[in-house]
Design a protein around this ligand. Structure first.
Ligand code: SAM
Length: 562
């Protein structure tokens, strides 16, 4: 399966298409078995379907639903691969015993991490605050990938670094340690004989030459009370403390990172997991990708990735989030929806389209591209296929194709005719009346079946939504800041799902939304006087989108131009 891809669909179906032993790291954050309302994030058809699936029965049902998916995850993991399963108190005991131990084996349980989400924003129960999640860490074998990581020092540890000089905050550590020595480290330095210090005698941590060098660099602290000198150890030198099982140093999603849905996980959490258990170029999979935290971080850390979600909204938010963080040098990615957008297919690069649609139809593309009587592909029995990337294809196309079919392989044509099978397949967006009448005549009078196939019969296609923007001034303050209301109105047969705004749109950089999810199509924004480019996207229930860009001249009065 191609990587760097966001896929819309039930992860069970998609996982089945991924090869065995191909993924390095899986992070899954499935809907928890918690409060029903809280679990509806996006509210679109895909999510509601999955929601009904999980809640059809009690905990047993939830565990069975999850288990068949985790089984597929285990299958696709490499022997060196690892899985991090994020869950909470509602089902963590069942998940560990009934799913992970059974599929991975108890021996392959590596650790249980506790992520303390926050001290403030926790719900209070009668017994205690509820403020942590569990992340189970399993490996497929003992040869799993793991890189030692460090956590930030706690506030109390940082307090130890209370002295400050031009290099920063520091604490002091001894230069003399117990035990007499005869060599260099036992020599007198600054008039201090280490062997005469302490009850048993001591020695320097390094040679007198090195101590001189430290002194020159101002790294030695000489106490005023004449006690023995000590080495300065700076806060910035400390790598932190080795990763422990309790993670209390990662706060909930904050600031710019916040997209606007409740179960979004912080990037710092995924950064820790991805750095710990994968390396550059490895493949990271998130089968419940939500708003795309895992894939956004994986992409930034130069891993390959695949993200799956059943919700159109989740898939599109992930797409916009990745676009927001992309620059000129980023790797491209693709998005696989249930439907294809008519305009994109209709006006795509013609050779690529021909090859792709022939494959979707079950044939093989024509590698030669030219000189094969205009034939674009063949079925497995060699019957020719021709593709016309147009609408209302008429009689003349059929006549040309029929003469190509006749010249291509006469024996095959005769065989197909005798066996009442199609002698050729003609693919187009639509056909006119003339061509349909001629195919009927060929069949009835000459016994020749020529199959006319529309693109829509091969792949599901739909028309993109349409969109228009209205602008209205709400107020203006004495500092020359204008408060403007932007209203977008989208139309789609499938139903409008949400809007997304980029109020400082730069055509060179592409769409980088400042407001990711706007369900209403209404956005208030403050503008300074000047020229502004605004882009808004509308996304429909199929995940198809359209964008509208306007120029807004804010100066004395506001003027919108397209
Ligand atoms: C808790 S959220 C994931 C949040 C994500 N970790 C983040 O940081 O944004 C769970 C996601 O699983 C998706 N989901 C639920 N059932 C699914 C299924 N069967 N296949 C694929 N995705 C599913 C939901 O649509 C939802 O987006």
């Amino acid at each position: 399966m191609a990587t760097n891809k966001i896929i819309l669909g039930d992860n069970l179906e998609i996982l089945k298409k991924i090869e065995d032993n191909s993924v390095d790291l899986i992070y899954l954050d499935p809907p928890f078995f918690s409060n029903k309302n809280y679990e509806i994030i996006w509210g679109d058809e895909g999510e509601i379907r999955s929601f009904k699936d999980r809640w059809a029965g009690g905990i047993e049902h939830y565990i069975a639903w999850l288990k068949e998916r985790v089984y597929e995850m285990y299958r696709v993991l490499k022997q060196t691969g690892t899985l991090f399963h994020h869950c909470d108190r509602h089902a963590n005991a069942y998940i560990r015993v009934e799913i992970l131990d059974r599929i991975f084996g108890q021996n392959n349980f590596i650790n249980e991490f506790i992520w303390k989400r926050s001290s403030n924003r926790s719900s209070i129960s009668k017994a205690a605050r509820k403020n942590y999640d569990t992340i189970f860490f399993y490996a497929k074998s003992k040869k799993y990938t793991y890189n030692q990581l460090f956590m930030e020092l706690s506030a109390t540890s940082k307090d130890l670094y209370k002295n400050k000089d031009k290099h920063g905050f520091y604490q002091t550590v001894p230069l003399l340690v117990s035990g007499k020595r005869k060599g260099e480290t036992g020599k007198i330095w600054k008039g201090i004989d280490p062997n005469k210090q302490g009850q048993e005698g001591m020695h320097w941590v390094t040679t007198p030459d090195k101590l001189d060098e430290y002194e020159k660099q101002d790294l030695i602290y000489f106490p005023k009370n004449g006690k023995t000198p000590r080495l300065k150890y700076y806060l910035k030198q400390s790598p932190g403390v080795p990763l422990s099982e309790v993670w209390d140093d990662i706060p909930l999603v904050q600031g710019n990172e916040r997209i606007g849905y409740p179960t979004q996980k912080p990037e710092a959490l995924l950064e820790r997991i991805i750095k710990a258990s994968s390396n550059k170029g490895d493949l990271v999979l998130d089968p419940f990708v939500g708003g795309g935290t895992t894939v956004a971080v994986a992409d930034r850390l130069e891993r390959k990735w695949i993200g799956i979600d059943q919700s159109v909204q989740a898939v599109k938010v992930t797409e916009f989030r990745l676009q927001r963080q992309q620059d000129l040098f980023s790797n491209p990615f693709t998005v696989q929806l249930h439907k294809y957008d008519y305009d994109t297919l209709r006006y795509a690069d013609s050779f690529e389209f021909e090859e792709w649609i022939v494959q979707q139809y079950g044939g093989t593309g024509n590698v030669k591209q030219r000189g094969d009587y205009g034939i674009d592909g063949r079925m497995s029995d060699n019957t020719p296929i021709q593709v016309k990337r147009s609408d209302n294809v008429g009689r003349n196309v059929l006549d040309n194709f029929m003469s190509a079919v006749r010249r291509f392989d006469k024996a095959l044509l005769e065989k197909n005719r005798k066996e009442k099978k199609p002698v050729g397949h003609l693919i187009a967006f639509s056909f006119n009346k003339g061509i349909k009448e001629e195919t009927a005549r060929l069949k009835n009078q000459e016994g020749i079946i020529l199959k006319l196939v529309t693109v829509e019969e091969i792949v599901p296609i739909a028309k993109k939504p349409t969109i228009a923007i209205e602008v209205s001034e709400k107020s203006r303050d004495e500092n020359g800041i204008w408060d403007i209301e932007l209203t977008a109105t989208g139309h789609s047969d499938a139903g409008v799902e949400f809007y997304s705004w980029d109020c400082s749109y730069d055509p060179e950089k592409g769409f980088k939304p400042s407001l990711m999810i706007d369900k209403e199509g209404r956005h208030r924004h403050q503008f300074k006087a000047g020229l502004h480019h605004i882009a808004v996207k509308v996304v429909d229930n199929d995940g198809l989108e359209s964008v509208e860009v306007i120029k807004l001249q804010v100066n004395g009065k506001i003027k919108k131009t397209l």
